[in-house]
Design a protein around this ligand. Structure first.
Ligand SMILES: Nc1ncnc2c1ncn2[C@@H]1O[C@H](COP(=O)(O)OP(=O)(O)OP(=O)(O)O)[C@@H](O)[C@H]1O
Ligand SMILES: [Mg+2]
Length: 300
């Protein structure tokens, strides 16, 4: 991939973690979007100082003509953690790429803003400082000859002092439990290890918005648990695309459901993921824990 595409041309930090986005769903442009309220108590949103991510009527077709996004509108307040779910090919990865400015004109229309700044060619350096993207496929993200160089790439783009770059490499690798991996060759690593290195590279930039595309894919159970704990500690506004619905339930008070490029539901995660007919309609399944667990226990 080109260096321009490296997601860790990003930085900043802000926000308050956690929260249920029921009161802040979307911007009302999309039609036919199911907006569900949870019958169960969920964590409330922190006082919002505005919508950090705002998407208005986004349409996108790939250059071969395949329409991947159709009239998507939603907004996410600062500090909220939102799940993005839907069947294969629904458009989840395509949407995340848009939020980082990696797709766009001439095949897109609509408007995306990050903390009030519109995503457009002239704003891309600043957008990528604000937004960190963990790619679905770590091989799209890693390109350096050592793990340390890969993690350092983003912080160096931010023109940080070399001592600070070194500190961030060590801190980020420790956060993903890869201390001591600095001199390893990224392409010799296992898939789960590569994903962790890619995550370390994104975290090293300390962006105010984190976009995670299938973050727990290929993680072992301990790694997955550690990722969930790490995510809870991160103050950034987060949008997490995944088929790991138990992880989405553990982290997200709100979910967006995409199907065939359309936003088909937006609301409390327990209400949506617990709605079996809705889930089955969109190629998904009600997660196991919602058949058995007391729902309050899910959001500890
Ligand atoms: N480069 C491309 N050129 C043409 N079509 C593409 C391209 N990339 C993706 N698509 C199509 O766009 C649609 C959305 O794909 P996308 O990867 O965003 O889905 P997804 O929801 O992330 O799926 P998954 O759950 O498998 O990760 C699919 O129909 C896919 O085939
Ligand atoms: Mg995808």
């Amino acid at each position: 991939m080109s260096l321009l595409n490296h997601p860790c041309v990003s930085g900043c930090a802000s926000g308050i973690s956690g929260g249920d986005g029921l009161s802040a769903c979307g911007s009302g442009h999309a039609t036919g979007v199911e907006r569900l309220k949870s019958p169960f108590r969920q964590r409330r949103s922190p006082p919002s100082s505005g919508r950090v991510i705002r998407v208005e009527n986004l349409n996108y077709s790939y250059p071969d003509g395949r329409q991947a996004l159709r009239g998507i509108s939603f907004a996410i307040p600062r500090g909220e953690t939102v799940g993005l779910i839907g069947p294969n090919g629904a458009g989840k990865s395509t949407l995340l790429l848009h939020l980082n400015g990696l797709l766009g004109q001439p095949h897109a229309d609509g408007r995306i803003t990050i903390n009030g700044l519109e995503v457009q060619p002239s704003s891309l350096p600043e957008i990528r400082r604000r937004v960190g993207l963990l790619f679905q496929d770590p091989d799209d993200q890693l390109f350096s000859t050592t793990v340390a160089e890969d993690v350092a790439f983003g912080p160096r783009q931010l023109a940080l002092a070399e001592a600070e770059v070194t500190r961030r490499i060590e801190d980020s690798l420790a956060e993903v439990e890869l201390g001591g991996f600095g001199s390893r060759v990224p392409h010799h690593l296992s898939l789960g290890e590569k994903k962790r290195v890619a995550l370390a590279g994104v975290l090293a930039c300390r962006p105010e918005v984190l976009l995670f595309d299938e973050p727990t894919a290929n993680f072992d159970p301990r790694g997955r648990r550690e990722f969930i704990a790490l995510c809870r500690r991160l103050p950034a506004t987060k949008l997490i695309a995944s088929h790991d619905l138990e992880m989405i339930l553990a982290l997200c008070g709100r979910v967006l459901v995409l199907d065939e490029g359309r936003l088909v539901a937006d609301g409390g995660s327990i209400a949506i993921l617990g709605d079996e007919p809705l889930m089955l309609r969109h190629g998904l399944e009600k997660p196991h824990s919602l058949f058995h667990a007391h729902p309050h226990g899910l959001r500890a």
